[in-house]
Design a protein around this ligand. Structure first.
Ligand code: PLP
Length: 398
């Protein structure tokens, strides 16, 4: 059994089982990790974390990068550093992983959930514009939600499932209403929006290196910005807000959010292979798109001409009106064929954890939850394995 198969998110008793998405670990990771261990600098101090941050910032074309213990911590820090305060509101999509909304609550603020657009599966930018224009008012230099009276503090677009949000109109709204943009790019490292890497269109952007993300450090995250003040504030808060390390003086209630050198060593090795991972995901997506084109009611994740998606989790939408079976039944059929799949998140406006938040629409998010299914898409997925998945899907439709 290979290392990546052992680390499968959904371990299967049967070796022939095809997992959803497992990390791709090679000799380079072993070498970097051993060098790190041999150096004696294994925790948050030392050169390894710095060099990972520098390499990541360079890869993305950003000025500053701060490595964190995970993507959620990066989001928490980014929101605070962007000026989000307790009892503020942050505008974000309902159709995303719960960590995005949790980070807003950690900052003491409230999410306002927006529905998605069926054409992109991303936050409905037209709905965002209508909310800002019609449902908010300017008062004393702040923008307030007419309904709750709370201050709108930030826009939090999430590039869901490897697909960029249409950022130009989001930027125009942010400028017009004087709001910072915190990008949740945790699922879309390597994707491009109008030629620019995702994570370059906001005030600050966050990435995740969890086990099944585009690259992994076991667990980890990165905050990226061009704003020196924001970068400094985030670094300070991530390192327990140390004012005077020698005398043990801390100027605020900070966090212990820094990545360790061991994880950074893994990250540097993975980053060196990121272009290959992106190419692999795009190749897998293209093969699915072609292989599933004839199935009634099945559509592959869209890719508009302004986007270059990474297809983090290669996903299809199964329209039960046109297909002979629905997403749930299809998932079960594939499971019986030894193929792991995954449905997508309960929309956050329905989540018991966020039941007190305001929600704008939600019918599309609910539909995506009912209809979207992710297919096996590890970067190491072989053509034979993928053919097995495609054959099983076609069989289920007969
Ligand atoms: C993975 C993910 C996160 C959080 O990243 P972790 O590293 O797991 O904390 C946040 N938002 C979204 C949309 C994610 O998919």
């Amino acid at each position: 059994m290979t290392l990546s198969a052992r680390q499968a998110a959904d371990p299967a008793p049967d070796e022939a089982r095809i997992p959803l998405c497992v990390p791709e670990i090679s000799g380079l990771e072993w070498l970097r990790l051993k060098a790190c261990l041999d150096s004696g600098w294994i925790s948050t101090a030392g050169p390894e974390v710095d060099s990972f941050e520098t390499a990541f910032a360079e890869w993305l074309g950003a000025r500053f990068a701060l490595a964190t213990i995970n993507g959620t911590a990066a989001l928490h820090l980014a929101l605070i550093a962007a000026g989000v305060e307790p009892d503020d509101e942050v505008l974000m999509p309902s159709f995303t992983f719960i960590a995005t909304a949790n980070a807003v609550r950690y900052a003491g603020a409230w999410p306002v959930f927006l529905d998605s657009a069926l054409s992109t599966w991303q936050m409905d930018v037209g709905l965002l514009a209508r909310f800002l224009e019609d449902d908010c008012r300017s008062e004393g230099g702040a923008l307030r939600n007419r309904r709750t009276g709370r201050r709108i503090a930030a826009l939090l677009p999430v590039h869901v499932l490897g697909h960029p949000v249409d950022m130009d109109p989001v930027q125009r709204l942010a400028e017009r209403f004087g709001l910072p943009i915190v990008e949740d790019a945790t699922e879309s490292l390597g994707a491009r929006y109008r030629g620019r890497p995702v994570g370059r269109d906001g005030t600050v952007a966050c990435f995740s290196f969890n086990g099944n993300k585009m690259m992994t450090t076991g667990g980890g995250g990165m905050l990226v910005t061009d704003d020196p003040k924001l970068a400094e504030r985030a670094r300070y808060l991530a390192t327990t807000a140390k004012d005077d390390p020698a005398e043990g003086v801390h100027g605020a209630v900070g966090f212990n959010y820094r990545l360790t050198a061991l994880q950074a060593a893994l990250g540097s090795a993975q980053l060196a292979r990121l272009d290959d991972f992106v190419a692999a995901k795009r190749r897998i997506a293209a093969r699915y798109r072609e292989g599933l084109a004839a199935l009634p009611g099945v559509s592959f994740m869209p890719e508009p001409d302004w986007a270059e998606c990474v297809f983090w989790l290669a996903s299809i939408r199964v329209d039960p009106e046109a297909a002979p079976l629905d997403r749930k039944a299809l998932g079960l059929r594939l499971d019986h064929a030894g193929i792991a799949t995954r449905p997508f998140w309960q929309p956050l406006h329905l989540s018991p954890a966020h039941k007190d938040a305001q929600s704008l629409g939600g019918a599309v998010a609910e539909r995506l939850h009912r209809e979207v299914l992710s297919l096996p898409c590890s970067c190491g997925l072989t053509a034979e394995q993928q053919d097995r998945v495609i054959a099983a899907l076609r069989a289920a439709f007969r």
